[in-house]
Ligand binder design. Structure first.
Ligand SMILES: *Cc1c(COP(=O)(O)O)cnc(C)c1O
Length: 421
C-alpha cells in the first residue's frame, strides 16, 4: 500500500501530505500514486521477460480509464482491453496506437464492430458465433481474432473449481462444442484470422492453481483438436490487498509459476509454446488509489453502533453495497491508535450506503477530520454514478509531490447538461 504516516502524524502518499491535498483539492477525491501504477506495470513486464516467452500485458480499461490513464498504458508499453464504444473512444482520444487495443464484449453492437474495424484495433475477442458473421461482413481486410473460451472453470480466490456446467454469458463453451464450432467458422471465413484463444476465470484470484489448471485443460484441448494458435490469453483477475485478510498476487513468483507450468504443459502435449497474454485491471491500479473524504455527522447509538458519515458514498464507492467488499480506513490528519470499531457511512438516501461496516478508527474522530479509504483505485471511479445527483469526484495522479488533475470534479451544470428545458 502506498500510504504511510510522517513524523508529524499526517498520512502521506509518496511523501506528500494527504491532509494538505484534501484541503487544497477538496473532498471527495481520488488520488493515485502514479509511480505505483507504473511500478505494477513494470513488475509484469519484468516477470514475463524472465520467462523468455513471448508475452503481452493488456490493461483492462474497465478497472479505471481516462485519457491520462491510457497514456500511462502506452508509455509503459502495455496493451489495452476495451469492451464498449465509450472505452474505445476514450482510448482513441488518448492517442494510443489502435493496434494495441483488444475489443472484448459478449454483445458487441454492429456499430461497435464497425467503429473498431474503422479504427483498426489489434484484435477482436470473439464471444459469440454471430459476431464471426458480423465481423466477416463489415471487415474490408483481414482481421485478427481471439476466441474467448468458456472452459467450465471458476476460480474462487484460492480454489480451482471445475463447474462442469458452463452457465455464463461469457465465452464459447468447450464442452458444448461451441468453441470448436467458432474456430471452424473462423477458419472458413475469408477475412478472420485466428490468432489465439482466451479465457478469464474470475476476479481477485489469489493463487496460480486455477489459471494453471485451466491453461492445461485448454492446451490439451487445442492439441487434441489440432488447433494451432500463436496466443493464449489467460485473462485478468489477479488479487490485491484490500484489508489484512487479503494478499496481493505475488507478480514475480506468480508469473514464474504460470509460465513454467505452461512450458511444461506444452511440452507434455507436444504443442508449441504460445505467446502468453494477461489482462490485469485491479492489480495495476487497485492499491495505487485511495479516496479522500471529510468526516461530517457522527451518530452514536448507545450500545448499538457509531456511524461516521462522510461527504460521498455509494455514488463513487459501490463495491461494499454491491459485493459486501471490505476496506480499511485511515485517519488522515493525525496518527492515533485505532481503538474503536465504527461504521463508515455515505451520505446517500439508502441504508445500504455503507463504505466500511466495521472500520477500526480512533475514538477521537470528529467532524472535519479527513479519512482515506485504501485500495479504491479499481472499480470505483469507473463504477461511479450520479445517484442522488451526486457529482463524480475528481481524480488526481500524484508524482514527485505534485497532484496532477486527470479528471475534474463534475460540475452541477454537468448534472443537467442533457436535460431538456
Ligand atoms: C474484468 C476482466 C479483466 C480484468 O479483471 P481484474 O480482476 O480487474 O484483473 C480482464 N479480462 C476480462 C475479460 C475481464 O472481464
Amino acid at each position: 500500500m502506498s500510504v504511510q504516516y510522517n513524523d508529524f502524524g499526517e498520512l502521506t502518499m509518496g511523501g506528500t501530505s494527504l491532509k494538505t491535498l484534501a484541503q487544497s483539492l477538496g473532498t471527495p477525491a481520488f488520488v493515485y500514486d502514479e509511480d505505483e501504477i507504473r511500478h505494477q506495470m513494470r513488475r509484469y513486464h519484468e516477470a514475463f521477460k524472465k520467462s523468455g516467452l513471448n508475452y503481452n500485458i493488456s490493461y483492462a480499461s474497465k478497472a479505471f480509464t481516462c485519457i491520462q490513464m491510457v497514456k500511462l498504458v502506452e508509455e509503459e508499453e502495455l496493451q489495452l482491453d476495451v469492451v464498449s464504444e465509450g472505452e474505445l473512444y476514450t482510448a482513441l482520444a488518448a492517442g494510443i496506437d489502435p493496434s494495441r487495443i483488444h475489443f472484448h464484449g459478449n454483445n458487441k453492437t454492429k456499430k461497435e464492430i464497425q467503429y473498431a474495424l474503422e479504427n483498426k484495433v489489434g484484435y477482436f475477442v470473439i464471444d459469440t458465433l454471430e459476431e464471426i458473421d458480423l465481423i466477416n461482413k463489415y471487415a474490408s481486410e483481414s482481421v485478427d481474432v481471439v476466441v474467448r473460451l468458456n472452459p467450465g472453470v471458476e476460480a474462487h480466490t484460492h480454489e480451482f473449481i471445475q463447474t462442469g456446467q458452463e452457465d455464463s454469458k461469457f465465452g464459447l463453451s468447450i464442452k458444448h462444442g461451441l468453441a470448436k464450432e467458432a474456430i471452424d467458422q473462423i477458419h472458413e471465413s475469408d477475412k478472420l484470422n485466428l490468432k489465439g484463444v482466451h479465457f478469464h476465470i474470475g476476479s481477485q484470484i489469489e493463487g496460480t492453481e486455477a489459471m494453471i489448471e485451466t491453461a492445461k485443460l485448454v492446451i490439451r484441448w487445442l492439441s487434441d483438436n489440432d488447433i494451432n494458435v500463436s496466443l493464449i490469453n489467460l485473462g485478468g483477475g489477479f488479487s490485491i490487498k484490500y484489508t489484512e485478510n487479503d494478499t496481493s498476487f505475488p507478480i514475480e513468483e506468480g508469473i514464474k509459476k504460470i509460465t513454467d507450468a505452461i512450458k511444461q504443459i506444452s511440452k507434455e502435449a507436444d504443442y508449441p509454446v504460445p505467446e502468453i497474454g494477461v489482462e490485469p485491471g485491479r492489480s495495476i491500479v487497485g492499491e495505487a488509489g485511495i479516496t479522500l473524504y471529510e468526516v461530517g455527522t457522527i451518530k452514536e447509538i448507545p450500545g448499538v453502533n457509531k456511524y461516521v458519515a462522510v461527504d460521498g458514498g455509494m455514488s463513487e464507492h459501490i463495491r461494499t453495497a454491491l459485493y459486501g467488499a471490505e476496506y480499511e480506513a485511515l485517519l488522515v490528519n493525525r496518527q492515533e491508535e485505532a481503538d474503536e470499531t465504527v461504521t463508515v457511512a455515505g451520505k446517500l438516501c439508502e441504508s445500504g450506503d455503507i463504505i466500511i461496516k466495521n472500520a477500526k478508527l480512533p475514538s477521537s474522530i470528529k467532524r472535519g477530520d479527513y479519512l482515506a479509504i485504501l485500495s479504491t483505485g479499481a472499480y470505483h471511479y469507473s463504477m461511479a454514478s450520479n445517484y442522488n445527483q451526486m457529482q463524480k469526484p475528481p481524480v488526481y495522479f500524484l508524482k514527485d509531490g505534485k497532484a496532477r488533475e486527470v479528471i475534474k470534479r463534475q460540475s452541477l451544470r454537468q448534472l443537467i447538461i442533457n436535460d431538456t428545458k
